[in-house]
Write a protein that binds this ligand. Structure first.
Ligand code: DGJ
Length: 541
């Protein structure tokens, strides 16, 4: 074998995945050593997503969607498909929207994640067809504690499940027939499921189930036997609703996968990341962090549960990322705010091996999602996201491949400590914000005002440890340092070599220049222009 071919082949063996994309391969999640990658066309793929507004799922709206996808340099569009849209009359399906969407996605070279707005959309049945909305006898809504009709459909309604399942299977059959090359890379069955205002259905059937013992799978998982209150205490009602909601959706996902096997995840309307059991405040029954274990037991056909993150508090955001980045759960943020201050959270997401991230409300229809998102999508707001996507898009496969193979970390400005740090092997990687580009602000001899970024909500970084003494570091508006974790042994850390460059699809680093002097004397200075550094460390004494 020639040198480069041998190197490539040996890398492919180490990484254990195809080194190059094979169009038409079924998308799937690869799990290895507690890390994950989304494989698209047979190779790792980092989803740099945007989500369109809720009512942009009509052919007439698509001309106002694509220009924003392009301006943002996204490689994936998340967009709804509504049950009311494809089955306006029971048993009669209309896929004219997908007839328009799929070819347009191919023309734009953009992958799709379809959001199935069915029984639950932000917990409500707003997107079910009129024939479901009108028939509460056949499709029961939950009951309140005092026996009144609640707004949400009940997860105990078997006829509702059966009707939703049939429609979802029709959608997956359409994809099987019309998307052989897999423009659609993932499907989200339902949207922000569960219920608000009460913790569960209080119908006689639900009360009977709640008084009974927890299912065997949960007794095994928790090591506890008994009824819901005995096993889950203060979290009993959310856990109960989570089990039955997850089982309902898992059976829908299984039926869809039996026809066309795509990765599937369910998004969560999360509550507080530090709340005590049962008090998180998210939608009860959805895959909020306190009931991820219940969802894992109840829904083996789902590849992930994924948090929608609209908190602007970095401490909370990072805690949510840590809750959902689990060896049994690929991290993905299917929705996040589209205001400038959210853009920096891309870095800790991909540092934790996140397979995808998507700001919500990104199209030209004039809806921006304030106060959860931007007041307006002005040039500066778009650029906060576009600058990062423009930089990452060419190396999206390479980063995903390396994040599958190597441990990582990431952080963002506003996390609790002024200097955030992570010990990786014998090294301590740290991040600081609001530093001058050159010099250190705690230097006794250099006095000047802090830079403008010191008070702006910008700054974040992601790092992968690709060898014991070597890191890939990327980010914006941050100073990164690498030092020995244990400095007591008489050795002093030094940069042996810092290279700036990009990643090939297979993860190989492709250097553009060597960074030195002002660019490394005070640490690794990341400006507003994203960059990727390969940092080789050493010591002297
Ligand atoms: C979360 C939902 O999942 C989205 O569909 C949308 O309604 C946003 N909230 C709006 O903030």
């Amino acid at each position: 074998m020639r040198g480069w071919a041998a190197a490539l082949a040996s890398w492919a063996l180490v990484a254990g995945v195809a080194a190059s994309a094979a169009p038409g391969d079924v998308p799937r999640i690869e799990r290895r050593d507690g890390r994950h990658a989304l494989l698209v066309d047979g190779a790792p793929f980092l989803m740099l997503g945007v989500q369109a507004n809720n009512s942009s799922n009509y052919p007439a709206m698509l001309p106002q969607v694509w220009p924003m996808v392009e301006r943002l340099h996204a490689n994936t569009l998340e967009i709804p498909v509504a049950w009311e849209q494809i089955e306006p009359v029971e048993g009669q399906f209309d896929f004219s929207y997908l007839d328009a969407l799929l070819p347009q996605a191919r023309e734009h070279g953009v992958k799709l994640v379809l959001l199935w707005f069915g029984t639950w959309k932000n917990t409500s049945p707003g997107y079910v067809p009129a024939w479901v909305k009108r028939d509460n006898a056949r499709f029961p809504r939950m009951r309140t504690k005092d026996g009144k009709t609640h707004y949400a459909l009940s997860p105990h309604g078997e006829a509702t499940f059966e009707a939703d399942r049939k429609a979802f299977v029709a959608l997956m059959r359409y994809l099987k027939d019309h998307d052989p090359d897999h423009s659609v890379i993932m499907v989200q069955p339902e949207n922000e499921v569960g219920v608000y205002q009460q913790a569960r259905d209080y119908s006689p059937e639900a009360n009977r189930l709640f008084a009974g013992d927890v299912p065997a799978a949960l007794a095994k998982q928790t090591g506890k036997r008994g009824n819901w209150t005995q096993v889950y205490g203060d979290n009993a009602e959310p856990a109960f609703n989570a089990w039955y909601t997850a089982r309902y959706i898992d059976r829908i996902a299984a039926a869809g996968k039996a026809v066309w096997k795509l990765p599937m995840y369910v998004n969560a309307a999360v509550g507080g990341p530090f709340a005590p059991p049962g008090k998180s405040g998210g939608a009860s029954g959805g895959p909020d962090w306190q009931v991820i274990d219940v969802w894992k037991a109840a829904a083996p056909n789902l590849d992930a549960v994924a948090p929608d993150l609209y908190t602007r508090d970095a401490k909370d955001y990072l805690k949510f990322l840590d809750h959902y980045a689990r060896p049994d759960n690929p991290l993905m943020v299917p929705e996040t705010g589209n205001a400038v201050d959210f853009a920096r959270f891309l870095w800790p997401t991909i540092g934790r091996g996140g397979i995808g991230w998507a700001p919500f409300g990104m199209d030209g229809t004039g809806y921006y999602n304030y106060p959860l998102g931007a007041v307006t999508l002005d040039d500066a707001t778009i650029e906060a996201f576009a600058s990062k996507y423009r930089f990452l898009k060419p190396m999206a496969r390479g980063w995903a491949a390396m994040a599958l193979a190597h441990p990582g970390w990431g952080t963002a400005k506003g996390a609790p400590d002024a200097e955030q740090a992570k010990v990786m092997g014998r090294w301590r990687v740290s991040a600081k914000y609001g530093e001058w580009q050159f010099g250190s602000m705690d230097s006794p001899w250099l006095k000047a005002a802090p830079p403008a970024t010191a008070t702006q909500p910008v700054g974040g970084m992601a790092v992968l440890q690709v060898a014991p003494d070597q890191f890939l570091v990327t980010g914006t508006d941050v100073r990164v340092n690498v030092d020995l974790a244990d400095k007591g042994k008489g050795d002093t850390a030094m940069f042996i070599r810092v290279e700036e460059g990009t990643l090939a699809d297979d993860g190989r680093f492709v250097a553009r220049r060597v960074m030195n002097g002002d660019q490394t004397d005070y640490g690794l200075n990341f400006t507003a222009q994203p960059m990727l550094l390969r940092v080789t460390m050493g010591t002297y004494r």
